[in-house]
Design a protein. Structure first.
Length: 315
């Protein structure tokens, strides 16, 4: 499993190096330096990520749910020193409607990596979110041997249910890079995930399919990311009353999204905002400071919108 990123690196390197040279012949002179710079940054990110990859291979250990506070006396009314005291009846207390942190903390954020990757890609983004007040940030690994995007979406659904049970939040937010964003969208639109997911933020995700290098299409899940795949066709079907809000970050310098605008969401039933980020390559999206600030702003605006809606409904 550890060898997979090293095996895929030469192909990605070839793609990153060849594409800017092709684009440089087609684009105006002022655009080429920006494209070449984003390619150099992507190569540097790739080199750093290859080193970090082993640290994210194992599945993240979930944060346990807080234990209830210990009782001052045993249930039978006997103190720990053995003296008998009369047991005073306690008034019945209704079960709280809110579990541990809902209403007192940001909703949990789940991070979902891209193709042949793992949670280590989100080291900087996780740190950024936690530094700005998000205490529930978790990353889910799905196997690089996964051959069906739908199976990964089912796994995501089970993980979302588990996070909701542990944190007490009814809904979560998801940030997905590349294939991870497509898995999150499939879960929301096709598996009823809009009941549990408030916001999905995608980074360089092929929402309408990418015409990626033909050699990479040997992998079944890459074929599902192509424009003519059944998965892309399913995502274009009607999705009435979809409650999840989407925010899609895309860049013209993304050499894995072909064309680059495929990372935008265009669906009549989906509430979506497309955010253009200039000069940021595919691999740099999860580690870029501007993108991280945009993600925090998108999550905060979702909370503000919910607060306004709640105030209106109460009034």
């Amino acid at each position: 499993m550890q060898a997979l990123p090293f095996l895929s690196a030469p192909l990605l390197l070839a793609r990153l190096l060849a594409a800017p040279l092709q684009c440089a012949r087609r684009l105006p002179t002022r655009t080429s330096p920006l494209l070449l710079r984003s390619t150099v940054v992507d190569l540097a990110v790739l080199a750093a990520h290859v080193l970090l990859y082993p640290t994210g291979i194992s599945q993240e250990r979930p944060v346990p749910c807080p234990a209830p506070p210990p009782s001052a006396e045993p249930p039978d009314g006997r103190p720990t020193d053995g003296r008998l005291t009369p047991k005073v009846p306690q008034p019945a207390v209704a079960a709280p409607t809110l579990l541990p942190t809902e209403g007192r903390a940001h909703p949990p954020v789940l991070l979902l990596h891209g193709f042949i990757d793992n949670r280590s890609v989100f080291v900087l983004l996780r740190r950024s979110l936690q530094r700005h007040g998000w205490c529930h940030v978790e990353a889910l690994n799905y196997s690089p041997l996964t051959c069906d995007l739908r199976k990964a979406a089912e796994l995501l659904g089970r993980h979302v249910a588990d996070v909701c049970a542990r944190t007490g939040h009814r809904r979560v937010d998801i940030v997905g890079h590349s294939l991870g964003g497509l898995i999150a969208r499939y879960y929301v639109q096709r598996l009823g995930g809009d009941a549990r997911v408030r916001t999905v933020i995608t980074l360089g995700t092929p929402h309408s399919g990418t015409r990626i290098a033909p050699l990479m299409s040997a992998h079944p899940i890459v074929r599902q990311m192509r424009p003519d795949s059944e998965v892309i066709a399913e995502l274009s079907l009607p999705a009435p009353n979809c409650r999840t809000r989407f925010v899609a970050f895309w860049s013209e310098a993304d050499q894995v999204m072909i064309p680059a605008t495929t990372a935008r969401i265009d669906h009549p039933d989906v509430i979506a905002e497309n955010v253009h980020v200039a000069g940021v390559g595919h691999l740099a999206l999860p580690v870029n400071g501007t993108v991280a600030a945009g993600i925090r702003a998108a999550l905060t605006s979702a909370e503000e919108a919910k607060g306004a809606a709640d105030a209106i409904s109460v009034a």
